[in-house]
Write a new protein. Structure first.
Length: 240
């Protein structure tokens, strides 16, 4: 479903951030992108969304090239949950935020409301429907941001640090929600315990290249590999 094929990218007047990167993610996979700061995780997300353009190589979503010609069609297939929910929730209420994208995709109001009600019910968030965004907690806002993306009915969901700044209770709610999602998922995070809970595959990045790609436990339990790439074992494995 998603493919990077020999992709290279460098910011203007800067060093290469993504270096001859190739990987494929199949339909329904849940993949964690991990790596130290500056490894290229956020840049990959921006390239996939068409916010940045590679200097060479190609990026495909369902065989559509991520570029000017098919960018609108590509973005309809992808939902992006930002690290900071305040940058994503910009309408007065949760309901208005959830309605915004479907209506702008020219979906009828009746169908959009049906989607919103279905998502809120599925996530157990009906009580947030008419809440003002500036009056709900950080955990509730993170869940509302996920609900907003689900109302778009994307085929794949991209998440940037979805559990950052959450208390343990709300972190667990978000993790359980992510686990229940059936869409293809790409998750970037330094929370390796969350990656271990939600992803069956991990791609470890280092200096814009793939240092390892495989089953989650094979990579996250490999102390030598992680430390060689400036990372540590998940906290739950450090205790063993």
């Amino acid at each position: 479903m998603i493919e990077f094929d020999k992709v290279n990218f460098a910011y203007e007047h800067g060093e290469t951030v993504i270096n001859d990167l190739s990987f494929r993610i199949g339909d329904g996979e849940s993949v964690g992108l991990i790596g130290a700061n500056g490894a290229g995780k956020s840049t990959i997300m921006k390239l996939l969304l068409g916010l940045l353009a590679p200097q060479s190589g190609r990026i495909l979503v369902d065989e559509l090239a991520v570029g000017k010609k098919d960018l609108e069609a590509v973005r309809k297939k992808l939902g992006f949950v930002l690290q900071n929910s305040d940058n994503q929730m910009f309408m007065p209420t949760v309901f208005e935020d959830m309605m915004f994208a479907p209506l702008n995709y020219m979906i009828s109001r009746e169908e959009a409301e049906k989607r919103v009600h279905g998502v809120l019910e599925k996530l157990g968030l009906q009580y947030l429907k008419y809440k003002y965004n500036h009056k709900i907690s950080g955990g509730e806002k993170r869940m509302a941001a996920i609900a907003t993306v689900l109302a778009m009915e994307p085929e794949a969901i991209l998440m940037d640090e979805p559990t950052s700044a959450l208390d343990p209770y709300n972190r667990r709610i978000v993790i359980n929600t992510i686990k229940d999602l059936t869409q293809t998922k790409i998750i970037t995070s330094h929370d390796l315990d969350m990656i271990m809970d939600t992803c069956s595959r991990v791609i470890l990045l280092s200096d814009g290249q793939i240092a390892a790609d495989g089953e989650t436990m094979d990579i996250l339990s490999n102390r030598e590999l992680l430390e060689a790439n400036h990372m540590e074992l998940p906290l739950s494995l450090q205790k063993r």
